[in-house]
Design a protein around this ligand. Structure first.
Ligand code: NAP
Length: 339
């Protein structure tokens, strides 16, 4: 075989590999490390059994689904949020569909903004189960309003719930994990803790703050390799987050019932979260395209990212003003695919 032919063959293989990678990326719904862990890594059913897991925001959406999937793994669960009747509903379904008994699930009402109650709540969990293996900081609230129209009280509330509430609870649980030299602190931030989008300035600020806080905490805990600090960054996921999102005033939510079917299902999001938890990944992005691509652009090609985000941002505001979900359609191709 001549050298020329060999070179041509090699170039063809390289091109083919590139095309395969591109197709895989276009179909990806998580960052590449996460999808690798899903394929080759440790399974949640091997790693997460017999653990005590405390989930905040367990009364709805991602936290609720997390409770269902965890209950099948045989963990002890602590379910927290403000609405006790919703937590009781979640507990009932966990018992119906999972492998747990009543004594394995503790309902612990918790308001993230009531920081003085967090120490007592932590003591209650330790009294009940004797340890906390995993704290999932999931409770949170979003925002849909333009900065120019939004009261500062809305920003204060977003910081109180999403950032300070989460930091406060983590600080209560941390001494216990340090004493045991082990534990996982899993925080559901958002892709909006990595990128930015209009209509959500206060939400983005709170989630960027969480990213900064937990990335720093991870470094401070380097001398405790058994304590894992993990940030989960989902893109749009089907839940009540938009319905409950704050608008211009702190007393006003969108109440929106706009179609969410174009978003990732909550069960897929939680499936990937569990993979991340089983493999101790430090930061994961869980999102369909084009949101995943945007995260990569923000990380590696910020100049392009700004240019594209400005274009997509206009569409996001237009969607919201037209009464459809802000992320319902950015491109014609996505519109045909999902509507
Ligand atoms: N869905 C998405 O597209 C998406 C994308 C990226 C990140 N996230 C993040 O995922 C997390 C879960 O959101 P979700 O999508 O599941 O929304 P969701 O269905 O609205 O659930 C939010 C949960 O947070 C709890 N919560 C709200 N305010 C609270 C407070 N002051 N104290 C205690 N708990 C509070 C709610 O319970 P109570 O009302 O009963 O207190 C509820 O259980 C949030 O941190 C959100 O920012 C969601």
């Amino acid at each position: 075989m001549s050298w020329n032919l060999l070179l041509w063959l090699l170039a063809l293989c390289a091109l083919l590999a590139l095309v395969v990678q591109l197709v895989c990326f276009l179909r990806a719904d998580g960052d590449l490390t996460l999808l690798w862990a899903e394929w080759q890594g440790r399974r949640p059913e091997w790693e997460l059994t017999d653990m005590v897991v405390w989930v905040t925001g367990a009364s709805s959406g991602i936290g609720e689904e997390l409770a269902y999937q965890l209950s099948k793994l045989g963990v002890s669960l602590v379910l927290s949020a403000r609405r006790v009747h919703e937590l009781e509903r979640v507990k009932r379904r966990c018992l119906e569909n999972g492998n747990l008994k009543g004594k394995d699930i503790l309902i612990l009402p918790l308001d993230l903004t009531n920081r003085s109650s967090h120490e007592m709540a932590t003591k209650a969990v330790l009294q009940e189960f004797g340890k906390i293996d995993i704290l999932v900081n999931n409770g949170g609230v979003s925002q849909r309003s333009l900065c120019v129209d939004t009261s500062v009280d809305v920003y204060k509330e977003l910081i109180e719930v999403n950032y300070l509430g989460t930091v406060s609870l983590t600080k209560c649980v941390l001494p216990h994990m340090i004493e045991r030299k082990q534990g996982k602190i899993v925080t559901v931030t958002s892709l909006l803790g990595v990128v930015c989008a209009p209509l959500s300035a206060g939400y983005c600020a709170s989630k960027h703050a969480l990213q900064g806080f937990f990335n720093t905490l991870r470094i401070e805990l380097a001398t405790y390799p058994g304590i894992i600090v993990s940030n989960i960054c989902p893109g749009p996921v089907q839940s009540n987050i938009v319905k409950n999102a704050l608008t211009e005033e702190v007393t006003k939510t969108t109440g929106s019932d706009a179609d969410q079917s174009h978003k990732m299902t909550v069960s897929r999001c939680v499936q990937l979260m569990l993979i991340s938890m089983a493999n101790d990944l430090k930061e994961v992005w869980i999102a369909d395209q084009p949101f995943l691509l945007m995260a990569y652009l923000w990380q590696y090609m910020p100049t392009w990212a700004w240019w594209i985000t400005n274009k997509l941002g206009k569409k996001r505001i237009e969607n919201f003003k037209n009464g459809v979900d802000a992320d319902s359609s950015y491109f014609k191709i996505w519109k045909t695919k999902y509507q």
